[in-house]
Design a protein around this ligand. Structure first.
Ligand SMILES: [Ca+2]
Ligand SMILES: [Ca+2]
Ligand SMILES: [Zn+2]
Length: 450
């Protein structure tokens, strides 16, 4: 990154504007858009399966609380990605004993073995006086959520249940790897403190849903995780006008070895600017999109396509670059430039790097991982620093097979010991084991058995 002198007051003003923008977007979207402070290194995909009655007229709620789940896992640099909700119509599954009742072939499982299947039932059977909020295979693929109970938990839902059950799939138990305190995500439901929302989750507010260093180490070894490809955006110089090297796009590392970048979109809407690529209004003093031949590393200019070309780009607030298959991979980089004007100062000096803070860069990778990042105060953006929740294009594939109830590289024959409560004996299939996550509402004597 190359910096240049700016008046401090101007920089602060721009930062304030960016903050306001984030708030505005959050309100528009109706949800809080978490911005992780630390980079994400891994992601996993989730296949939510909503159970409806056979006539498909009534369905279980699907309270997976994506923003809370995202923030909880961001503390370990892991991003959950929610695929579109699937639906199965089977009245007999609206109320079940546990995950073993739904985790059978033909119930909407994703074909990719490392995409976590998450069933949402209307209710789960449990002992009188207790509520079973969820159940999950330990180290295996599959969890079930008591949709109604999690949704209606006062005041606004049991925000950590989904993340907790995922933690079991990732290999974490109720009392291993340092769990057990009320502020730990994996502590049993009977003694865990439940966050009321994003503001209660570590490192903020009540500092809940924590994961210990040992838990982090354990879950990062889970076969359900995939590495996040790391592409950096940087800037240099004082203006993109008349340049072919203002923006650096550098594929640092990460991702599966065969992952390449498929597209990169630059969106100037947040900074109220446009691409001035031809001498046609708006903006009569322009410079076209151009790639620096001297800065191409690992790919050629013909691998990079500007959608619509310079004529179509003129006056637009976003541009999309697409890349030839297998062209842009780890170790590769290039630079490009194009005139960018602020609507507030057309054909003036041009947008300076500071004036571009808040611009959005959207990456789509060949494995389907898709993420948006904002140009930050340090004048960089990165696929590892999401602005909002990462998404997925297409269907995940290619994951390794994971034996139910075990972890590939760490056979984990989990004894059911005291964790399995009454009333229904948990079906145990070979080494399969599941953890039930309940909370006693009335009879505290039940707690000890959960
Ligand atoms: Ca123009
Ligand atoms: Ca211009
Ligand atoms: Zn549990």
């Amino acid at each position: 990154m190359i910096t240049f002198p700016r008046k401090k007051g101007t920089q602060q003003l721009i930062l304030s504007r960016k903050s306001l923008l984030v708030i505005g977007l959050s309100v528009l979207g109706g949800t809080v858009s978490p911005v992780s402070a630390a980079p994400i290194t891994h992601y996993f995909t989730i296949n939510p399966i909503r159970i409806c009655n056979t006539a498909a007229t009534t369905c279980a709620p699907t309270p997976f609380f994506p923003n809370e789940t995202y923030k909880i896992y961001s503390q370990v640099g892991v991003a959950p990605i929610f695929l579109p909700i699937k639906q199965i119509n089977n009245s007999s599954l609206l109320t079940v004993n546990g995950v073993a009742n739904v985790s059978v072939p033909g119930n909407g499982q994703h074909p990719n073995p490392t995409t976590i299947n998450a069933w949402f039932t209307n209710s789960l059977n449990s002992a009188p006086g207790s509520v079973l909020y969820g159940e999950a295979w330990l180290g295996g693929n599959g969890l079930v959520i008591n949709g109604s109970a999690v949704q209606s938990f006062p005041p606004s839902g049991r925000k950590d249940t989904f993340a907790h059950e995922v933690g079991h799939n990732l290999g974490l138990g109720h009392s291993d790897f340092g769990a057990g305190a009320g502020n730990n995500l994996m502590t049993a439901g009977s003694s865990r403190l439940i966050p009321g929302g994003v503001g209660d989750i570590t490192p903020d507010g009540a500092n809940l849903s924590q994961l210990t260093a040992s838990q982090k180490t354990k879950l990062l070894a889970s076969p359900f995780l995939a590495p996040v490809p790391d592409v950096l955006i940087d800037t240099r110089g004082s203006t993109p006008f008349d340049s072919n090297d203002f923006f650096l796009v550098k594929f640092n590392s990460g991702g599966a070895s065969n992952v390449f970048l498929k597209s990169l979109k630059v969106d100037l809407t947040p900074v109220n600017a446009f691409f001035d690529s031809t001498n046609i209004s708006p903006g009569n003093s322009s410079s076209p999109f151009a790639i620096s031949a001297a800065d191409l590393i690992g790919l050629s200019a013909s691998d990079i396509t500007l959608a619509g070309g310079n004529a179509a780009l003129n006056g637009q607030q976003s541009m999309t670059l697409t890349f030839a298959d297998n062209a842009f991979k780890a170790g590769d980089s290039f630079r490009f430039g194009v005139d960018i004007d602020l609507f507030s100062g057309i054909d003036n000096f041009g947008a300076t790097p500071s004036e571009l803070i808040g611009s959005l860069f959207s990456f789509v990778f060949s494995d389907g991982f898709a993420v948006q990042s904002a140009l930050d105060a340090d004048l960089t953006a990165s696929s590892t620093l999401p602005n909002g929740l990462p998404t997925f294009v297409g269907d995940p594939s290619g994951g390794v097979n994971v034996s139910p109830g075990t972890i590939t590289d760490d056979p984990d024959p989990v004894p059911t010991n005291g964790l399995v409560p009454t009333p229904a004996p948990l079906p145990v299939l070979g080494v399969l084991s599941a953890l039930r996550c309940a909370r006693t509402l009335r009879k505290r004597t039940k707690i000890a058995r959960l």
